[in-house]
Design a protein around this ligand. Structure first.
Ligand SMILES: C[S@@+](CC[C@H](N)C(=O)[O-])C[C@H]1O[C@@H](n2cnc3c(N)ncnc32)[C@H](O)[C@@H]1O
Ligand SMILES: *[C@@H]1O[C@H](CO)[C@@H](O)[C@H](O)[C@H]1NC(C)=O
Ligand SMILES: *[C@@H]1O[C@H](CO)[C@@H](O)[C@H](O)[C@H]1NC(C)=O
Length: 230
């Protein structure tokens, strides 16, 4: 087809078609790009995690990080962040005095990104990121825990923590509270709010429910959760 066709009406029509086609292409292109990002960024590590337990990556805001840190102030030793994303909480925790900080994250790209951030900040020796499913992490030795997950998984996480955490553990939840627990302190408001929980106090408040569960109990819960999904 000759692009310099003298027929004005025809070329105008062609331009209009092209514009419409461009718009269509952009729409399809962005849709595909978003889909590719979803598959590429979110799915790789999550294939074995039941759909309902999949939590999307939403980075904590500055205010959220500040509030979580305020609730951890004065604590030291080891900090564990469940679902560490790009590692911002872990990195900040180390800056604020935790000798070492560990992030568990299933998404390999986020693990790489987090390691890059730590390397750039010159802190790669003191923080670590593990590509592991947080549901399989043994929490029995963890005493300083941060979580920022989705409400849909928090009651299951609550059960896991009740079953595994030692009495002297402190849990700080960002954005969403742990459903049935009573916080000892909170910081901030609205979406930036963070809640701190003392594990011993939870067990004293509802002693029957909070007994450490025998092995295999949590696996059962997880299995029950999976059934309606597949
Ligand atoms: C809401 S984001 C929070 C990220 C980070 N903690 C922050 O505050 O910026 C939750 C993170 O948990 C991760 N995640 C969700 N389910 C997980 C699982 N089963 N094991 C490990 N990480 C998980 C997601 O990939 C996501 O990066
Ligand atoms: C958690 O923080 C407390 C209080 O600072 C500290 O004594 C403890 O050693 C930390 N836990 C771990 C496992 O390092
Ligand atoms: C970081 O780690 C190194 C060695 O692993 C250690 O000597 C140093 O004290 C740590 N720094 C801080 C601030 O904890």
């Amino acid at each position: 087809m000759d692009d310099d066709a003298p027929d004005d009406a025809f070329s105008e029509l062609k331009t209009r078609e092209l514009q419409r086609w461009d718009v269509a292409q952009i729409a399809v292109g962005t849709g595909l790009a978003v889909y590719a990002m979803w598959v590429g960024l979110l799915q790789p590590g999550f294939r074995k995690v039941p759909l309902r337990l999949q939590v999307p990556y939403i980075p904590a805001s500055r205010a959220q990080v500040r509030n979580v840190m305020a609730l951890l102030r004065g604590r030291k030793g080891v900090l564990v962040d469940l679902g560490s994303g790009d590692g911002r909480i872990v990195l900040e925790a180390h800056r604020q005095g935790f000798t070492s900080a560990v992030g568990y994250e299933l998404n390999p790209w986020l693990v790489r990104l987090a390691r890059f951030h730590a390397w750039r900040a010159g802190q790669h020796g003191n923080v670590s990121y593990r590509r592991e499913d947080l549901w399989k992490v043994d929490l029995t030795e963890c005493k300083n825990i941060t979580v920022f997950l989705a409400p849909s998984v928090l009651s299951l996480l609550q059960k896991k923590m009740e079953a595994e955490l030692p009495d002297d553990a402190l849990v700080v939840a960002g954005r969403f509270p742990i459903p049935d627990w009573t916080p000892c302190r909170t910081e901030g408001h609205g979406v930036d709010r963070a809640w701190a929980y003392n594990m011993k106090a939870q067990r004293q408040l509802t002693p029957n429910k909070m007994k450490k569960s025998p092995d295999g109990h949590l696996e059962k819960i997880l299995k029950e959760r999976q059934t309606p999904l597949e």
